[in-house]
Design a protein around this ligand. Structure first.
Ligand code: NAD
Length: 523
């Protein structure tokens, strides 16, 4: 992409920030450390231009209606299905994901396109009603969903497609134009998707991408009408503070410290496999990753034996297109340092590593799948987001202790409960302070667009998916339509007279009261 030169200063936070100058960013493949590509940084002036360009095309896009927009989005879906290998190759080259993890993303985005494409008309249909108050029944009411003209989507590095393009899909389906700012670590997947929309699909000019770090992100927040942000709690707060200056609404999907609870009547074999998958999939770099595990005493020993067996079997390393590996690289070197710090802190304070416990020898940036026991809530690994292939497990006395510990966190993204008794599992789920609970399954909610996903507490504000996943990209316009368009006036209008006011008072008293004594004005 073209850039504005000379307007940007480099933003450097932490040792692992990509090599950034005023003009360029180096994208590396964490599987071997090689430079994949150098991309141009977009300064504030360039961001303004891109937003202005898509803003100009948005009214025509909105006018196409849900069906017209789905025709374009459907062509994009078809391109994705036909070019899956190409997209996955690009993604692996900037994330070091194993093939299976990277291959999950295109189908999820296709599913989002189909869900919102096929349901937008229903979800955004005018809501018609009449007032419940009898004296106002001469009005017809309509709630109309009108899209925010331009939505800015700011994404993280752990899922470069679903957390950039995936969030753009419902906004486009709603009739908005979208500008994506992908993570500085992983801009290539979103760039390729935007290129395909423009060049291969020939889609309307309502989708753009800008690259850079904090300054580019801030400039986007300044220019757009709604911000969809996914990333860390720290940056989320900055985005919200910046958006406050222009009173721009935000939706924030932030970090998590998700618990998995194994109750005494669980299918322990399934629970152990789920814990291994939930904690290690995508090298533990999933906002919904299982980070803490609480196991009821009677099944603890069997669970630990099975979990250790599962994790020892995992193959780690780059697998190209072969699907021959289970656990890939750490995407950001900053994150590997955080994982090292949390595990070292736990080990120093008396925890034990049943597997892993350190970085793997290079090439590439890999952290060994690690199971920790002997942990407690004084340790960073039980309190802060670790975001690596680490499962920290605690034995608990009973259900009550599991719930108390699961809720003992400032995060509230999601949780998992295992029990053969569906009523018991649901009883526990309803007491957890999180936005989503998977019962006898793990991580799966993200792939199901029908259910809202949002963080409670420090895990975010707002929801993606579900009906609000598309409605949030719209402003509500209420139409209050009088059926008495030809009458000379309304009883409440001027002039006020004692007779009219007495009549109104008696009538409002009559219709507001819910007992006859008051209705008839008797004390
Ligand atoms: P991050 O906060 O460092 O960066 C996220 C994005 O914000 C990047 O594109 C970055 O360039 C941009 N940015 C940085 N400074 C900015 C500023 N001042 N203004 C605007 N934008 C700015 O997050 P990350 O390290 O890329 O991602 C990992 C985090 O994301 C983890 O905490 C993880 O839990 C979270 N996450 C949450 C969800 C969810 O749905 N809740 C999903 C995936 C990841």
């Amino acid at each position: 992409m073209a850039t504005e030169t000379g307007t940007e200063t480099s933003t450097t936070e932490g040792n692992g920030t990509p090599q950034a100058t005023a003009e360029t960013l180096e994208v590396r493949n964490p599987a071997d450390g090689s430079v994949t590509e150098t991309v141009t940084v977009d300064g504030p002036a360039r961001v303004r231009d891109v937003v202005a360009r898509v803003r100009a095309a948005q009214p025509e896009w909105e006018a196409l209606g849900p069906r017209g927009r789905y025709r374009w989005l459907g062509r994009w879906r078809d391109w994705m299905i036909d070019n899956q290998d190409r997209i996955v190759d690009v993604m692996q080259s900037e994330t070091g994901k194993v093939r299976a993890d990277a291959s999950l993303e295109p189908p999820i985005v296709c599913n989002f396109i189909n869900y919102y494409g096929e349901n937008a008309e229903r979800l955004l249909a005018d809501e018609e009603s009449t007032p419940h108050f009898p004296l106002l029944r001469t009005k017809r009411l309509k709630i109309v969903y009108r899209p925010f003209p331009v939505v800015g989507v700011i994404g993280p590095w752990n899922y470069p497609l679903i957390l950039s393009v995936g969030d753009a899909v419902p906004a486009l389906a709603a009739g908005c134009a979208v500008v994506i700012k992908p993570s500085e670590f992983t801009p290539l997947s979103a760039m390729e998707m935007v290129r395909a929309w423009r060049e291969d699909v020939g889609g309307p000019d309502v989708l753009g991408v800008v690259n850079g770090i904090g300054e580019t992100g801030q400039a986007l927040v300044d220019e757009v009408d709604f911000v969809q942000f996914t990333g860390s709690e720290r940056t989320g707060k900055r985005v919200m503070a910046r958006a406050a200056e222009t009173l721009t609404p935000v939706s924030l999907e932030l970090g998590g410290k998700d618990p998995l609870i194994v109750l005494s009547d669980a299918d322990v074999r399934r629970a152990a496999k789920a814990a291994a998958f939930g904690a290690m999939m995508n090298s533990g770099q999933t906002c919904l990753s299982v980070e803490r595990v609480y196991v009821e005493d009677p099944v603890y020993d069997e669970f630990m034996r099975r979990l250790t067996e599962e994790v020892r079997k995992l193959r780690q390393g780059a697998d190209g297109r072969s699907f021959g590996s289970d656990v890939g690289a750490m995407v950001s070197p900053n994150q590997t340092e955080i994982v090292e710090r949390h595990v070292a802190d736990a080990l120093e304070r008396g925890a034990s590593a049943l597997t892993g416990g350190g970085r793997r020898e290079g090439p590439g940036d890999y952290y060994e799948p690690t199971i920790l026991t002997g942990v407690d809530h004084s340790m960073a690994v039980m309190r802060e987001e670790t975001f690596g292939p680490v499962a920290a497990v605690m034995r608990v006395r009973d259900e009550e202790e599991a719930i108390r510990l699961a809720n003992d966190t400032r995060y509230g993204l999601a949780a998992t409960v295992f029990s053969r008794d569906p009523k018991r599992a649901e009883r526990v789920a309803r007491r957890l302070e999180v936005g989503t609970v998977n019962l006898n399954d793990v991580l799966i909610n993200y792939a199901i667009p029908e259910v809202p996903m949002g963080g409670w507490k420090s895990s975010g504000i707002g929801y993606r998916n579900g009906p609000d996943g598309i409605r949030k990209y719209c402003r509500r316009e209420s139409l209050v339509i009088s059926r008495l368009a030809r009458s000379a006036g309304e009883p409440t209008w001027f002039p006020y007279t004692p007779r009219k006011r007495r009549a109104i008072r008696a009538a409002t008293r009559f219709f507001n009261a819910r007992d006859w004594r008051r209705r008839l004005g008797r004390r």
